[in-house]
Ligand binder design. Sequence first.
Ligand SMILES: Cc1ncc(COP(=O)(O)O)c(C=O)c1O
Length: 410
Amino acid sequence: MEHHGFSKSVELFKRAAKVIPGGIYGPKSPAFVIPGSYPYYFSKGKGCRLYDVDGNEYIDFMCGYGSQILGYCYEPVDKEAIRQIKEGDLLNGPQPMMVSLAETLVEQISGMDWAVFTKNGTDSTTLAVSLARVHTGKKKIILAKGAYHGSANWCSSNDYPVLSEKTDILTFSYNNTEELESLFKTHRGEIAAIILTPYHHPSFAAQVMPGDTFYPTVERLIKAEGALFILDDIRCNFRLSLEGSHSFFGCQPDLLAMGKSAANGQPISILMGTDALRKTAGSFFITGTFWMSGMPFAAALSCLKAMKELDILSHMNRVGTLLREGLTDLGKAAGFDILMSGPPAIPFMMFKGDEDLYLNQIFCSEMTRRGVYLHPHHNWFISWAHKEEDIEQTLTTAQEAFTITAAAVS
Ligand SMILES: Cc1ncc(COP(=O)(O)O)c(C=O)c1O
């Protein structure tokens, strides 16, 4: 099979490096992948297909880092978004759709009584943490080691001594209920909240589901402490349940941060909460210049409607399971023990024993060079737009990539 070439991506990156620090910043930096294996710049997307500036086509398993739950350019959502842009996107105050969206979410999302809207996931998690501190009058926030909650200094990997936001952050090892009990004991009377993703999806490692006793322990401890439970559902958003991922796991947060896929890629993030927090949220200064722009509200309403009508959950589960089983079998045939982690709609593959992801780097690079975009150290995403034939094509490519990976280590 012919390899993709990336000369235009490289050219653009050289130009970027002169005017943008790092050329491409954050986790999308080429520094994290094998040089010459990945495109850096993209031109368009349609369905589950992505196109780069060199004209290469990919079956995409990153879905704009999860945001494209219906697929790129899903027409009914785009039509609504474009209609709204033509009506005026950012006016002096909100349009009626903001109310309709809050009503729809309050009705749909389990146990949540109000919603406010921001732009990025980081806005919502940071707001949740602030509200928890104001509401409880306490400062300390517990989070799991390796969990990602955004790019603000309180939770990001920016670890410079001059940034003081981390002093009240406590961490524990995910699923380790003894460690968690001990944190609550040591800091009794100081803990405002625990913030958790629905299950653990660290980068550079396998995904971990919550153990049977995990959520009951969390709920018991926060109740005894008078602390709050914040669920950061930004990444899983609508890939586990349309009622919020807590209903999938049978737990009940006080604050719920959502986003990413709520408007099929249009910029909106959501913070929802229970009645007990309504007064605190109402008293807090919450704003951003673009937070009430109408287009994402229109897109979100259309996206929520489509997700329900299409029954996307069973589709993503079926297609994700085909991918998971196919890769496991092909890997085995090539002599590897494959570890698929996470739910079918948010899968991640590792080679057992390949803790530094050396084999993953080779495998995912060879897949991407052959037109199947896979990330070597971040979980993947399935969308409504991935069909059985896309998985078949992916598995045909994977057979070749496994053979090359095996040859590289023999
Ligand atoms: C679990 C989780 N929380 C928060 C965020 C931050 O969202 P954003 O990048 O929109 O600020 C992300 C982004 O990937 C995420 O995966």
